[in-house]
Design a protein around this ligand. Structure first.
Ligand SMILES: C[S@@+](CC[C@H](N)C(=O)[O-])C[C@H]1O[C@@H](n2cnc3c(N)ncnc32)[C@H](O)[C@@H]1O
Length: 249
């Protein structure tokens, strides 16, 4: 099998579409990512104001490149406003709702969205992980010490996604790594990781973040492998949900 031409457990600066093209087919286990939402956010060097058609092409390109390089699982937070685009590209195997009452955004019906979809795609012949609970509740946490990036995802939530939908030692790619939250979660949970971002500044700051000592271990987060009987799943789901509740309280 062809080797990945990047050292793992590191982040690289560049256009992820170019960098992903350097990866051999089926060379990473999971892609867990949070691309820009085309929502006019103030990134360091990315213009977040594409036309609807250009943004749709961006999403299509992303899906097919991920499908080529990824063996098992693709998880993406597409943003509420882009859900229709993703459903049109490929129906996900599951949609998880992320309830985040402290950061609502305007919707087109004079109200507010207080949740976001998280899409789960299985890219292998068989689905490798269960989605035991498809509703999360995580506050957007402004106290992560990541004030240098406009939209870091909650670390606890990324840890839940990494923990539930990958296995120890898996290679996880985040092509839109931003402040490195997915990668930090992967590191905490003993996964190998690879991150890309087009901003030199974010990549430098991410490297600093990822070099921090791990102060906590999370034995409660385990993956759901499809080689157990139903009772084991139920017990495991209850145990993980209990841990998860304690975490979010
Ligand atoms: C929504 S943010 C990711 C935030 C991340 N999930 C976190 O928790 O910090 C999207 C990131 O994608 C980066 N980006 C946008 N287009 C890119 C591209 N073509 N290649 C690499 N990075 C890109 C931006 O610089 C930005 O940091």
């Amino acid at each position: 099998m062809e080797q990945i031409p990047f050292a793992l457990n590191d982040v690289y600066k560049g256009d992820c579409f170019y960098l992903m093209r350097q990866l051999p087919d089926k060379s990473v286990d999971c892609v867990i990512t949070d691309p820009p939402y085309n929502a006019n956010l103030d990134y360091e060097n990315y213009d977040d104001t594409k036309s609807e058609e250009d943004y749709k092409q961006f999403c299509i390109r992303l899906f097919y490149e991920v499908k080529r390089i990824c063996k098992k699982t693709f998880i993406i937070t597409p943003g509420m406003n882009n859900l229709h685009i993703w459903l049109g590209i490929k129906k996900p195997n599951c949609i998880i709702s992320w309830y985040k009452p402290n950061t609502v955004s305007r919707n087109q019906c004079m109200g507010f969205d207080c949740w976001e979809p998280i899409l789960y795609y299985s890219l292998s012949e068989v689905i490798k992980h269960r989605v035991p609970i498809n509703h999360y509740s995580y506050l957007v946490n402004f106290e992560q010490g990541v004030d240098w990036h406009p939209c870091p995802k909650p670390l606890k939530m990324m840890r839940k996604l990494v923990g539930d939908y990958s296995n120890p030692d898996d290679v996880i790619l985040d092509p839109f790594a931003g402040s490195g939250t997915t990668l930090f979660a992967a590191k905490q949970l003993g996964r190998r990781y690879l991150g890309f971002d087009m901003s030199e500044y974010y990549v430098q700051k991410m490297k600093e973040r990822l070099s921090q000592e791990l102060l906590i271990s999370f034995d409660g987060f385990k993956s759901f492998e499809l080689n157990k009987n139903e009772d084991d799943y139920v017990k495991e789901a209850i145990e993980i949900e209990n841990n998860h509740q304690e975490e979010t309280e």
